[in-house]
Design a protein around this ligand. Structure first.
Ligand code: WT7
Length: 679
């Protein structure tokens, strides 16, 4: 069956368009303490200072040896930053803070059950735990620099400890978000070629102790099916010494990490000085084909970029208590819970559970208790908290100086609630546009220098030169109100180095579309295609409209339409499937699945349920569709291709565009009636 659209399905086609808004400015009190207050910083990162300007970010780090070439463009678009330089990411995040801040909290972990004690991990304690785990990875698992190891860990301190232990050894970590299914984890194990899996028996969420170990067995089985053997599964116990999973441990393969660690007590492992371009980690994300993409991030460029953006955009100072309320299983957590904040030696808060359990006051209670003064979250969380507890923040005595949002466009009215109620009118609000691939922020405002404009992320970040192109590659000028594809004209240190094992896909997906000359070694000829639609106002600020490819962004998480459709096709009765985005009040976008059945099969709620269960199993609960519609047929072109664009139009009660070229135009009305009856 062909499942290709003639025109790619585009989220931005259904984007909610809002009016340009006025500006907001931060308070003098905020400006007085900000890291970037001198407008000269913008000049230092102007285009004629590129790429040398990024030395300023790299100098925030401690190097074992300095680079000789700041940017090597000899093999486009495989850019290399800080060539010749060596450093260790773990040393930069942990060891170098010991002299001054040994007993300062690096992480504060808040468990979900509110009667369980908060765990404070000082830099000294973190150093001890990271060293012991590094010794275990090296000696028990035999891991060496360049090897990959997969984590399927929830939000527990063991996760950043394990990441930093890998970084110490030069081992490449690949954390799979804990909410993903065992099968999805298995696919990522196989793709990365990991033979070690680190997981956990259980974790708390929404009042349940969720059994997580079962997923490890599914993951190992799926990896084996794809040709990758896993010979070691390390299982942390949520309560050390007490196993909280119903799944048996597998003899010879599984071990309790807390038991094994006891053998490495007090061990110290020297941090390995790694070349700047050695991969630090892989982070998988969805794309336009079923196979997820392992985005490979570098050690030197990435760490420099997240340190610099954490300093100037998150305005992190060493004395702050900073809370990015995201999951470390996403790039946001890697860059802005672990690597960025720790490279600056601040205190980073982690929490287990959900922002709305046991009640929508949870975040504000944590903020009050810990004295959090910088808060970072996603619009979907803000919408949810606004709906469930619009007056909750006022009941708690916390004060944020600074707040950021990330992951999806934020509606101006939601922005205003965030600013007025959550930020109590005191906090600067920074919208940050970026992607798994980009390592760190691309579009944002410098909080003390560039005013905030609700609904717009801002201009390009320091040293980032975005441009909007039309389909032909002509520049869409600012202020014209026309939308186009947002691209970045230049390389930057945080950009990913490639898709693990798929170099051609990397070039094709991100650089082919607007490449001016494939022979050129000049970066000017290789703009980065981000896959988002955007509009630029005449003040230079960008408004991001949504994905222009076959990706649906649900609550800030990317889901590939192909992945969703393949999951549906594992249901025996299903003949064809199409995933489409619909506007959703809380999550921004949600997924609706349209399926048609094999001949002779009758539509039933049982089949609808089977489709949902299949998606849970293949991808995870986060991908669960808002609705499964069983339809008599799909709108198709004469060559038999399913037109997702038409279905998305029907689903959103929008214009379906020209359907005259369809082989079966009558199906449009059939589907319309089918959903009008139900919606
Ligand atoms: C996609 C990337 C960035 C880390 C979390 C998501 C959308 C991201 C914004 C924003 C409007 C945004 C884009 C982008 N997006 N931030 N501030 N305003 N849209 O990372 O899963 O790689 O998703 O999220 O569509 O392409 P991701």
């Amino acid at each position: 069956m062909t499942i290709e659209d003639e025109v790619p399905l585009s989220e931005s086609q259904i984007a909610v368009h809002w009016r340009e808004e006025g500006y907001f400015s931060p308070s003098p009190k905020f400006i007085g303490q900000a890291n970037a207050t001198d407008p000269a910083i913008v000049e230092r990162f102007a285009e004629d200072r590129f790429p040398g300007c990024f030395a300023e970010y790299a100098e925030l780090l401690t190097w074992d040896s300095y680079w000789h070439t700041i940017l090597d463009t000899s093999n486009p678009p495989f850019w290399q930053w800080f060539v010749g330089g060596r450093l260790n990411a773990c040393y930069n995040c942990v060891d170098r803070h010991l002299a001054a801040d040994r007993n300062k909290a690096a992480f504060i972990w808040v468990p979900e059950p509110e009667d369980e004690a908060t765990v404070v991990i000082t830099y000294q304690e973190l150093h001890r735990r990271v060293n012991e785990f590094a010794a275990l990875l090296r000696e028990d698992c035999g891991l060496e620099p360049g090897d990959r190891v997969t984590f399927h860990l929830p939000m527990v301190p063991e996760l950043p400890v394990a990441m930093l232990a890998c970084a110490r050894l030069g081992v490449i970590h690949s954390e799979v978000f804990g909410g993903f299914s065992g099968a999805a984890c298995g696919g990522r194990i196989a793709d990365s070629g990991s033979r070690v899996l680190v997981t956990m028996d259980a974790y708390h969420r929404n009042g349940q102790l969720v059994d997580h170990k079962a997923k490890a067995d599914e993951a190992v089985a799926e990896a084996a099916r794809q040709g990758q053997e896993v010979d070691r599964v390390l299982v942390f116990r949520r309560y050390p010494g007490r196993y909280s999973s119903a799944t048996p441990m597998v003899d010879g393969r599984d071990a309790f990490a807390d038991d094994v660690l006891a053998r490495y007590r007090g061990r110290v492992v020297e941090p390995v000085p790694m070349p700047a371009d050695a991969p630090l980690f892989l982070m998988y994300t969805s794309g336009t084909t079923g196979r997820p993409k392992g985005c490979q991030h570098s050690t030197g460029g990435y760490l420099a970029y997240v340190a610099g953006t954490s300093k100037y955009y998150q305005d992190i100072h060493p004395e702050d208590t900073y809370w990015c309320c995201a999951d470390i299983g996403w790039i946001t957590g890697h860059s802005y819970i672990v690597y960025g904040p720790l490279s600056l030696g601040t205190t980073s808060v982690l929490y287990e559970g959900a922002p709305t359990y046991p009640d929508p006051g949870r975040c504000w209670r944590i903020a009050e208790r810990l004295g959090v003064n910088i808060f970072h979250t996603a619009p979907t969380t803000i919408r949810m908290l606004r709906k469930l507890g619009p007056d909750e923040p006022a009941r708690y005595d916390y004060h944020f100086k600074h707040m950021t949002t990330v992951g999806e466009p934020i509606e101006p009215e939601v922005w205003r609630w965030y600013h007025r109620v959550v930020g109590k009118g005191e906090a600067a609000v920074v919208d940050t546009w970026w992607q798994t691939e980009t390592g760190g922020f691309l579009g944002s405002t410098l909080p003390a220098l560039q005013p905030m404009k609700p609904g717009s992320c801002g201009p390009g970040a320091l040293g980032i030169f975005p441009v909007i192109y039309d389909e032909e590659g002509n520049t869409v000028e600012a202020g014209t109100g026309r939308a186009g594809n947002i691209c970045i004209r230049n390389p930057w240190p945080g950009v990913f180095q490639g898709i693990w094992g798929q170099p051609e896909r990397f070039v094709d997906t991100y650089y082919r579309k607007y490449c001016r000359n494939p022979q050129s070694k000049d970066w000017h000829d290789w703009p980065y295609f981000a896959g988002d639609g955007a509009v630029q106002a005449d003040d230079g600020y960008f408004r991001i409209l949504g994905r222009v490819d076959d990706v649906i962004n649900v609550a800030g998480h990317r889901l590939g339409t192909k992945e969703l459709e393949s999951a549906c096709l594992t249901v025996d009765e299903v003949a064809e499937a199409a995933a489409v985005p619909v506007v959703d009040e809380e999550r921004g976008r949600a997924v609706e699945m349209y399926v048609s059945l094999k001949p002779g099969r009758q539509a039933s709620t049982e089949i609808e349920n089977k489709v949902s269960v299949a998606i849970d199993r293949e991808i995870g609960k986060i991908a669960r569709p808002k609705h499964v519609w069983i339809v008599s047929d799909m709108p198709k072109t004469r060559s038999g291709k399913i037109m997702r664009r038409v279905i998305a139009g029907i689903s959103n009660f929008a214009d379906v565009g020209d359907v005259s070229t369809l082989a079966n135009p009558e199906v449009v009305d059939d589907i319309r009636h089918r959903i009008q009856r139900a919606k």
